[in-house]
Design a binder for this molecule. Sequence first.
Ligand SMILES: Nc1ncnc2c1ncn2[C@@H]1O[C@H](COP(=O)(O)OP(=O)(O)O)[C@@H](O)[C@H]1O
Ligand SMILES: CC(=O)N[C@@H](CCC(=O)OP(=O)(O)O)C(=O)O
Length: 266
Amino acid sequence: MKDALQVVKIGGNIIDDEAKLNSFLKDFAQLTGPKILVHGGGKIATEVSKGLGIEARLVDGRRITDAETLRVVTMVYGGLVNKNIVAKLQANNCNALGLTGADADIIPATKRPVKDIDYGFVGDITEGTIPAKTLKLLLENNLTPVIAPLTHDGQGNLLNTNADTIASALAVALSGHFETRLTYCFEKKGVLTDINDDNSVIHQITNNQYTSLKNDGTIAQGMIPKLDNAFRAIAAGVTSVFICHADDVLPILEKKATAGTELVNS
Ligand SMILES: Nc1ncnc2c1ncn2[C@@H]1O[C@H](COP(=O)(O)OP(=O)(O)O)[C@@H](O)[C@H]1O
Ligand SMILES: CC(=O)N[C@@H](CCC(=O)OP(=O)(O)O)C(=O)O
């Protein structure tokens, strides 16, 4: 049987910590079969903005991206973070290829329309518009795409797009070609009933449980868009979706241990 495609997303709190990032990338490099790594980097973008005297503004976890901030995130996500990850993967014998969504037209998007809030240069991905062809070609040639959270509008403009959304959209687009597994890795053990207790992992979560835990405030902040994206992926044909600690990616995906939170479509 052909290996499943692994789409893995790594979040900003791990990327910001070199030792944790190195350890995660060493594990990721060992995953067998086709794989894609989508990275965030929001924390570093905020620090770099601050250093340049630009105040970072986020609404519901989404960065307001004016022209100056777009320049910062292009440098941070498309340059610094993406190329460092690629170099580290090469050191682990993983033939990585770093891309933004503009490269090879991997992720076309549209600038978010202004409603109550003007998010500026933030891109939304329309369902069914990601051409899977190029990624499929790269994967079939044993390359590992490393995707920065930048998309483009087809008119010469880069757009800033949440990395959790990109991971979900890519997994859905490729699920028509591969059995696809999506894993969100971050700095906690999974979705927790007590955010300060890593032993309170919810091992399986259904859509109904998610709604009630969101309503009572147990699930909050960045976990809300992450779970929205994760449930969208599973409803659209992605075989499995996990949310787990970056240290647990290998045991989970090699099915050697039960860890993290698995999403259940019901
Ligand atoms: N119930 C919960 N379980 C785990 N994390 C939660 C929960 N509710 C809120 N969070 C918060 O969500 C954050 C993850 O979202 P985010 O910061 O967007 O992740 P990432 O590092 O992948 O970008 C966690 O760091 C945590 O502070
Ligand atoms: C539009 C938008 O909010 N884009 C995100 C992209 C980076 C990201 O998603 O990084 P993490 O996964 O580390 O949070 C941002 O600029 O923060």
